[in-house]
Design a protein around this ligand. Structure first.
Ligand code: KG4
Length: 334
């Protein structure tokens, strides 16, 4: 019998649970997205995220089982995110998972959220060595992996994550949260844009780090000091320019890291990897540079439990299980 895994991703504001098997077939999956709750604050409020996680986790759990004929006793393993993320949200998922494992005497597997994002583009096998890029609301990182579960950090944001930056830039322009989505929608709605001259981002060669936080000051003073009327056209041109500089910097550094370390495989995940401009450009650049691109499908870019289940499959096959003493690690590294 193909054993079943219950996976829980509860590291930030979304409550996500799925049931899958050891062949990575997804039997059922549910996500309770709470962006609408955080929208009025233009960002995630940790206390609200954990409050709704604690309220919704049982509902989402019931929801995934109601979609199948499976019973809780049919589950052989439970995988859960232990970090990085918000401490209270992580605790809720971990305690829920531990209680179920103790109740049914089944193994628990703790999964790193970033590793989940990296594995979200994996179908069955992983091609080594690879470079991975995670771009999300809380992380902007590039890793080099020579073998399974081994990560060398080669690039990261020196200040805020790219998603956080896009959300704040959108808020400056009066766009609704999540700002990355609003900016993407505006740029996707027109074919021609004027490209403004914005500063390029940490453009030094052989440096794979990022810095986005200065863009907020730059863009707000650019708008304030411009004599152009702030209408839809001007807003679209600014959104296009923001995307152009931010994503071209990320793409250039990612491709350069592949070239520098002579790596042919590139894995990409995280909510920001949904971006239409980014997806088109990174594909073009990968083809141009003869790099095999494995980018998560759009529905697996944002937080979900399917990505956690993919890591779990590799851990189960290697018999990597955890004891029950682990705790949430809000700043967990890979
Ligand atoms: O991975 P994710 O759901 O949460 C974290 O783990 O952080 O990423 C959320 C981030 C938000 O900042 C949101 O604005 C951004 O992903 N995002 C996008 C797009 N869709 C979501 N940014 C740019 N373009 C998009 N289409």
């Amino acid at each position: 019998m193909n054993k079943k895994i219950l996976s829980i991703e509860n590291s930030c504001d979304d409550t996500c649970i799925c049931i899958s098997d050891l062949n990575m077939n997804i039997i059922t999956s549910a996500v309770y997205n709470k962006s609408f709750i955080h929208a009025k604050f233009n960002g995630i409020i940790p206390e609200l995220a954990s409050k709704y996680n604690s309220v919704k986790i049982l509902e989402v759990f019931d929801d995934v089982f109601n979609k199948t004929k499976l019973k809780t006793s049919d589950i052989s393993y439970i995988a859960v995110t232990y970090g990085p993320g918000l401490i209270n949200s992580l605790s809720i998922g971990i305690n829920f998972a531990k209680n179920l494992c103790l109740l049914y005497s089944i193994p628990i597997i703790k999964i790193n959220h970033l590793e989940g994002h990296i594995f979200s583009g994996i179908k069955e096998k992983i091609q080594f060595p690879f470079i991975s890029l995670v771009i999300s609301g809380g992380n902007t990182v590039i890793y080099l992996s020579e073998k399974l579960f081994s990560y060398e950090l080669i690039g990261f944001s020196l200040d805020e994550a790219v998603g956080e930056s896009l959300d704040k830039l959108a808020s400056i322009m009066g766009l609704k949260y999540p700002g990355g989505v609003s900016i993407d929608n505006i740029v996707s709605s027109r074919n021609y844009f004027k490209l403004y001259k914005f500063p390029s981002i940490l453009n030094t060669k052989d440096n794979f780090n990022f810095s986005f936080s200065g863009y907020k000051t730059f863009v707000s003073s650019f708008i304030k000091n411009s004599d152009i009327f702030f209408d839809k056209i001007f807003l679209g041109d600014i959104c296009y320019s923001i995307q152009y500089y931010i994503f071209n910097s990320i793409i250039k550094k990612t491709i350069n890291s592949c070239l520098k370390f002579k790596i042919k495989n590139l894995y990409i995940g995280g909510g920001v990897a949904c971006n239409s401009y980014f997806r088109k450009k990174i594909l073009e650049e990968s083809i141009k540079n003869n790099i095999n691109l494995f980018i998560a499908d759009k529905e697996l870019c944002s937080d979900n439990a399917i990505m956690i289940s993919k890591v779990a499959v590799f851990k189960i096959k290697k018999k990597v299980f955890d004891d029950f003493s682990f705790i949430p690690e809000p700043n967990a590294k890979l």
